[in-house]
Design a protein around this ligand. Structure first.
Ligand SMILES: Nc1ncnc2c1ncn2[C@@H]1O[C@H](COP(=O)(O)OP(=O)(O)O)[C@@H](O)[C@H]1O
Ligand SMILES: [Mg+2]
Ligand SMILES: [Zn+2]
Length: 322
């Protein structure tokens, strides 16, 4: 479980900014009250200097240290009490000077006792929806919204099986070695819906996911190939190789060409050889795959990808009639 590196860097930075802002605001509140209330600055300064004074008291030697220390402590406690009284008298809450962190559990550090705090995990998942490319879809398309009552008879049993297997796939996902799947079948049968549902659950489990339509994928590879030598923009195709789950939607709808076949072959080969899971959805049949790409790709896809055939009647059409 890694999350997407770039999301991690951004979220870390956001937390740091959040922390700094909370501290600045606490300082501003302190400054405000010190300006407003006579004697408050002296009280604050004295309370805050208790640490350094105790340190100096220790440097004076063991002899009389306990008394010196007790005196500092007594004085500080007295001042803290006095400060609280003044705050109350002036109608300010007791914690007015405290740094107000957004997350009291981790104090906006993002981790507690060496473990990632839930607040940071939630933030990374939110970032993951966006960076994976599913944010526009995953509100509507999830396991929860996949409704098997749109299918009837044998088709419903098939849809239930697919839902069950995909849920399990996402639950057991562990990056490398999780296996690859291909969703086949006609238009409107829920292939995209199911792909996004899997992608969403895998993002939520903390993995880096990249969802692209075949059209976008090949456009990226073509752009990468024809990139000018002096163009230093980051290599966008890296993500296709690096993400822990790659989802290619609608394979076969892209503008065809020999380059497409070779991009696809090297990408699939690379991911298969290194055990990186890929999820493909397509309207193509096995025969189409051979004619659109070639035998090598078709046999790669059928040999290495667990196939699920979506059957039934166009759900989009059914929904239009609702
Ligand atoms: N089982 C389902 N339950 C709820 N909505 C579905 C289901 N299957 C498909 N849809 C919806 O119907 C539309 C078409 O489905 P989609 O997944 O895009 O089909 P495909 O990718 O197979 O062409 C989408 O809006 C999708 O959310
Ligand atoms: Mg689709
Ligand atoms: Zn937290």
């Amino acid at each position: 479980m890694a999350f997407y590196r770039e999301d991690y860097v951004l979220v870390k930075k956001k937390f740091e900014e959040k922390r700094n802002k909370a501290k600045e605001q606490a300082l501003a509140r302190r400054e405000y009250l010190c300006e407003q209330i006579p004697g408050m600055r002296q009280i604050c300064d004295t309370i805050e200097s208790a640490g350094p004074r105790a340190y100096r008291a220790a440097l004076l030697g063991r002899e009389g240290f306990d008394e010196r220390f007790a005196e500092i402590r007594r004085q500080t406690e007295e001042l803290v009490e006095k400060q609280a009284e003044i705050l109350a008298e002036n109608g300010f809450p007791k914690d007015y000077f405290d740094v107000k962190y957004e997350c009291p559990v981790c104090r906006d550090e993002g981790n507690v006792d060496g473990r990632m705090c839930e607040c940071m995990r939630a933030e990374l998942i939110k970032a993951g929806y966006v960076s994976s490319g599913i944010s526009g879809l995953c509100g509507r398309m999830s396991f929860e919204t996949f409704d098997t009552s749109y299918y009837s008879g044998e088709d419903r049993r098939n849809a239930e099986l697919i839902l069950d297997r995909c849920r399990r796939y996402a639950k057991e996902f562990h990056g490398k070695g999780s296996g690859s799947m291909i969703f086949m079948g006609g238009t409107g049968l829920g292939k995209t819906h199911m792909s996004v549902a899997v992608a969403k659950a895998v993002v939520e489990a903390g993995y880096s996911v990249y969802y692209r339509t075949a059209e976008e994928l090949f456009a990226d590879f073509r752009a990468e190939r024809f990139r000018r030598f002096d163009d230093n923009s980051p290599v966008r195709t890296d993500r296709y190789a690096e993400c822990e789950l790659l989802v290619i939607d609608d394979l076969g709808t892209e503008t065809s060409g020999r380059d497409v076949t070779s991009f696809l072959y090297s990408l699939l080969n690379m991911r298969i050889n290194s055990g990186m899971p890929t999820l493909i959805s397509t309207n193509l049949s096995h025969k189409d795959m051979i004619s659109v790409y070639d035998e090598r790709i078709a046999s790669r896809l059928l040999g290495e990808f667990l196939p699920y055939r979506f059957t039934g009647t166009d759900v989009r059409m059914q929904k239009l009639k609702e």
